[in-house]
Ligand binder design. Structure first.
Ligand code: ZN
Length: 472
């Protein structure tokens, strides 16, 4: 805990609301200034632009950020060869694809090397990541980049039928509820008309309190971690809770599972719009009302690559490699972000946008489970299909290959449901998969209060043939 955080923790709850509101007012100023308006205008004007028009705009941004990186960022001064530099200036994208991929480990090793001029500028906004693998790091954003980013967020909200001016309930992993004594697990940011709810304190016992907070706040939309919103949704459905008029549910930061989407839409009577981005500010992908995931070409350039570096075909899952186009403080060129996805084979969306579409986000490399019969299997949520009475479930693969299934049952979860879960798992992972079921009262959250549906202690390697690796 920093000094500021410990002061905050000792404040009375109402004073904490005031502190959260003051912070919210600061965020509001950072986000919605002239750089926001400029980018917002561009986005609105190019929403329905053709692929060619978008490509031209993207290439212009790409050339600018490459020249900037090669000229001022220590890591890329050596990484981008002089010959490359010249061809890139001429707009040769083949030369761009020859720049070696930047790995996450390289960034972690020396973040300073990725900063413009090799150091921090006082006007930049620092962001301290907790690091899912336990190695915290500070990222820097230009003020303008933060404002630009919010132009994308605002357009995404608007196409879902809401905006920054409406009341929102946001589920957050931030430490807003510092004192354990209080049973009020939410704070008010009146500057942004937002109810901030802590995901860290969300358990079977506290769900009813969260639901009544939502009822009295009456948000127009919900946003945040799908794991948290779907937990409430499950309970709201069971208790047939009404009294909310939600227009949209905006999820982000975790892999959205089909089952979570279904339960949220059923409970709150609103559509779910998923969004994908990362703290490194490299891409902005968003779902439109036709449930297609579009990658915004002006925010970042997306590549999906095979292990040998070739581009994947539509429908083929590969590593997501991103080049951010809006943050000049810490540009990352061809950055392997650690997620896996596939391009869609559709070339037009009924929504009219020509922005490239993603068919599937497989999740992070850590989300894979290794099965002795099937090899690496991503997305475990289909195993939960048709299993009633589960509040939450987490799959944890041990070094010896055993898959521990931690589950939080609701009243009524019995032997039939458990054997259905087991059958589903065997259907997905094969009958030789060593399984071990453990009933728990809550599933601990990871970094930033995020829920991880799958955790594996084995290191993912898509090249490895299933037969070559002995587990169990
Ligand atoms: Zn669309």
């Amino acid at each position: 805990m920093t000094q500021l955080e410990s002061i905050y923790a000792r404040l009375p709850v109402w004073f904490q609301d005031a502190a959260v509101t003051a912070q919210g007012a600061l965020y509001h100023r950072q986000r919605y200034g002239s750089a926001f308006r400029e980018e917002y205008g561009l986005l609105k004007g190019t929403e329905l632009a053709t692929s060619l028009q978008l490509e031209l705009l993207q290439t212009a941004r790409l050339k600018r950020i490459l020249a900037h990186a090669a000229g001022t960022v220590p890591f890329y001064r050596t990484r981008i060869a002089r010959s490359h530099h010249e061809s890139l200036r001429a707009g040769d994208l083949a030369a761009f694809r020859e720049i070696p991929v930047t790995e996450k480990a390289e960034l972690r090793l020396s973040p300073q090397q990725f900063c413009m001029n090799g150091g921090r500028d006082q006007t930049w906004i620092p962001w301290h990541t907790s690091g899912t693998t336990g190695s915290p790091m500070t990222l820097y954003y230009e003020r303008k980049a933060v404002a630009r980013q919010y132009a994308y967020v605002e357009r995404y909200r608007e196409q879902a039928g809401v905006s920054r001016r409406e009341r929102r309930a946001q589920f957050t992993g931030k430490l807003i509820v510092a004192s354990e004594k209080s049973s009020r697990y939410w704070r008010y940011d009146w500057a942004n008309r937002a109810l901030l709810l802590s995901t860290v304190h969300l358990t079977k016992d506290t769900i009813p309190a969260y639901l009544s907070a939502l009822r009295s706040f009456q948000p127009t939309y919900l946003c945040g971690y799908p794991s948290a919103i779907s937990l409430l949704a499950r309970q709201a459905l069971r208790s047939r809770m009404g009294g909310l008029k939600i227009q949209a549910i905006l999820t982000s930061a975790e892999t959205l599972l089909d089952e979570q989407r279904d339960v949220m839409e059923a409970a709150f009577g609103a559509k779910v719009y998923d969004q994908y981005g990362q703290t490194e500010m490299q891409s902005f992908w968003f779902e439109c009302r036709y449930r297609r995931m579009h990658t915004h070409p002006l925010f970042g350039l997306t590549e999906i690559l095979r292990p040998n570096g070739e581009a994947c075909q539509p429908g083929e899952i590969g590593d997501v490699v991103l080049t951010g186009l809006i943050n000049y403080a810490m540009p990352l060129i061809r950055y392997r972000v650690g997620d896996r996805a596939a391009w869609s084979d559709e070339d037009r969306c009924p929504c009219g946008r020509s922005m490239p579409m993603i068919q599937q986000i497989e999740g992070r490399r850590e989300d894979y489970v290794y099965s002795p019969e099937r090899g690496w299997v991503g997305r475990m949520d289909p195993a939960l299909k048709g299993v009633d009475g589960l509040l939450e479930c987490q799959f944890l693969q041990e070094e010896n290959g055993t898959l521990r299934v931690l589950y939080v049952p609701l009243p009524g979860f019995g032997a039939i449901e458990r054997s259905r879960l087991e059958e589903n798992l065997k259907g997905r992972l094969g009958s030789k998969m060593p399984l071990c079921f453990e009933e728990v009262s809550a599933i601990p959250r990871g970094a930033n209060g995020k829920f991880q549906a799958v955790r594996s202690k084995l290191s993912f390697n898509p090249d490895l043939h299933p037969k070559l690796m002995e587990v169990a």
